[in-house]
Design a protein around this ligand. Structure first.
Ligand SMILES: Cc1cc2nc3c(=O)[nH]c(=O)nc-3n(C[C@H](O)[C@H](O)[C@H](O)COP(=O)(O)OP(=O)(O)OC[C@H]3O[C@@H](n4cnc5c(N)ncnc54)[C@H](O)[C@@H]3O)c2cc1C
Length: 511
């Protein structure tokens, strides 16, 4: 088969010798799928609607340089190291990772503070100092249980191309201690309340549900295992997370991947039940050997890629939606006497039920928990000039038929600044309006997402089984990204891209 790029608007036809695997979207999942395919010797074209590569890995400009306004916590770098190694490259030649000695610093309104580490004994000591000997023992039991959960689900769930129900059941059956956490109605916060005598630790470890877009009160207890991904270590990326996307894009280019940025794919053609071509916003068409969709799978189900591809994903597999967020990315100086920030900081609200209760009603959180990435903090020294911050406040996704209030921007900024000032943290100049991305903003950037930044909601024990997998119902059309199995998060999206590539390479394709 000869692939052709037929640019109708330009009135010319380019022909290439190699058939193309087309990847729609250059998020982490799309980039990893493209690398894996190109490394297997395939001709790959990536179509990206935005001007930058990386999708949610994105920056905004500031006087101190580009500031991350997407993911900041890099865990499980082995996922990327393996991809680089399989492509015959060394990740260290493309991306510099900086291990973080402290995973995160946690602050409570009463002045209490707790650092956590990637070392169980150090955590038990820190928690013992923070909340007493019983709390340290609670932690050690929790750490063992979540370690068991992680080992049970890592292979058959997270690393497998689709959830292996039999292996999952067997792995769980061999670990009776984790059974209570697998009960259908056992929420993460309820399970944690049975693990920890100190409610602040329930709040802290419950927050990990938000890493995949769930509220701890509504998410299954098994999400406690996310702690284990963080406990295995957290890395910062030299140059910010955008440097990870740039490193992946460089490897992709070296492997021969071609990129077309700033142009959306508008239509997927299906012939004889098989996806065969992609039409772009400029009218040009790329004949495809396979198509990997890295956007939110809800976009396919909503018909945004045309009626032929609409049946590829059941709409019900993409709903309900995960959490959204208000995210600020800006540079500023902070007041003298402010709390000592490190790279990752969490400022807890006084009552977690208030935080997520409002969000569950589709409202803005009151007394919210705020996460701050102080991107320039490599040591405990505060920079003397303006430094870069990303601040995240959880939010509800958009609801069909409702429009956000016009003063949402002012309201959430007031809430955020007031909350931080309770911790004696103030910015000399408040973030400008352009620094904020709202749920509405996320919805605009990621079509059909409804502002949800982690795909389908994880708030059900069955969510991992119901989430779409790499293989869609249309032959030749595959999914990669946080909206597909194994779900959201940078390493998970990377795994999904590799699952998509593996599915394509196993797909019997007529010549
Ligand atoms: C504020 C925030 C904080 C986060 N924090 C963390 C964190 O600390 N650690 C972590 O691991 N994860 C975090 N995440 C989650 C993580 O960023 C995502 O799960 C992951 O980056 C998603 O990657 P993806 O492959 O799904 O692609 P996406 O990033 O969703 O990108 C998809 C791409 O497809 C493109 N696209 C869609 N439709 C079309 C079309 N029709 N034509 C052309 N292009 C199209 C889009 O423009 C986009 O570039 C965070 C996310 C956000 C938003």
């Amino acid at each position: 088969m000869r692939a052709q790029v037929n640019n109708r608007l330009m009135g010319h036809t380019e022909k290439t010798d190699m058939p193309r695997d087309v990847v729609i979207g250059a998020g982490v999942g799309g980039l990893c799928a493209a690398i894996a395919l190109a490394s297997a010797g395939r001709g790959v074209t990536v179509i990206e609607a935005q001007a930058h590569l990386g999708g949610k890995i994105r920056t905004l400009p500031s006087e101190a340089g580009p500031v991350d306004t997407g993911p900041t916590v890099l865990t499980l770098p082995d996922v990327f190291e393996t991809l680089f190694a399989r492509s015959g490259a060394r990740m260290a030649d493309y991306v510099t990772l900086i291990p973080q000695p402290i995973l995160a610093r946690h602050f409570w309104p009463d002045g209490a503070q707790l650092d956590l580490f990637s070392d169980s004994a150090a955590n038990a000591q820190a928690i013992g100092r923070f909340a007493g000997a019983q709390a340290a023992r609670d932690y050690l039991r929790f750490d063992r249980l979540t370690g068991d959960m992680y080992r049970a689900f890592d292979g058959p769930m997270m690393r497998a191309r689709q959830p292996q129900l039999g292996s999952i059941a067997l792995a769980a059956a061999q670990r009776p201690a984790i059974w209570p956490a697998l009960l259908p109605m056992m929420s993460l916060s309820r399970w944690l309340a049975g693990q920890f005598s100190d409610p602040r630790l329930v709040q802290l470890f419950g927050r990990y549900a938000t890493y995949v877009g769930g509220a701890p009160q509504k998410s299954p207890a098994v999400l406690g295992l996310i702690w284990q991904a963080e406990a295995a270590g957290v890395w910062a990326v030299q140059g910010g997370m955008a440097a990870l996307a740039a490193g992946l894009a460089r490897l992709a280019r070296e492997k021969g991947v071609q990129f077309r940025c700033g142009i959306a794919a508008q239509h997927i053609a299906v012939n004889d039940g098989r996806a065969t071509a992609v039409r772009l916003a400029d009218g040009s068409e790329i004949l495809a050997r396979s198509i990997t969709f890295n956007g939110d799978p809800a976009a396919l189900a909503a018909g945004l890629l045309g009626p032929m591809a609409q049946g590829a994903v059941r709409a019900s597999a993409t709903r309900p939606r995960s959490l959204s967020a208000y995210v600020w990315a800006f540079a500023a100086q902070i007041n003298g006497g402010a709390p000592d920030l490190i790279h990752h900081n969490v400022f807890f609200g006084s009552n977690p039920a208030q935080d997520f209760g409002a969000i569950a009603r589709g409202q803005m959180a009151r007394d919210p928990t705020l996460y701050i990435c102080a991107q320039d903090r490599r040591s405990l020294e505060a920079p003397n000039s303006a430094e870069r911050f990303e601040i995240i406040m959880n939010a509800a996704p958009l609801r069909a038929g409702t429009t956000p209030s016009p003063d949402e921007t002012d309201q959430c900024q007031t809430e955020m600044l007031a909350q931080l000032s309770r911790f004696n943290l103030r910015f000399q100049t408040p973030p400008p309006r352009a620094a904020l991305t709202t749920p509405q903003g996320w919805a605009g950037l990621f079509p059909a997402s409804m502002g949800a930044i982690y795909g389908r909601s994880p708030q059900s024990l069955l969510a991992p089984m119901l989430r779409p997998t790499a293989q869609t119902r249309v032959k030749g059309l595959f999914l990669a990204g946080g909206g597909a199995h194994p779900g959201a998060g940078v390493p998970m999206a990377a795994l999904s891209g590799q699952h998509a590539a593996a599915a394509i390479l196993n797909d019997p394709i007529s010549p």
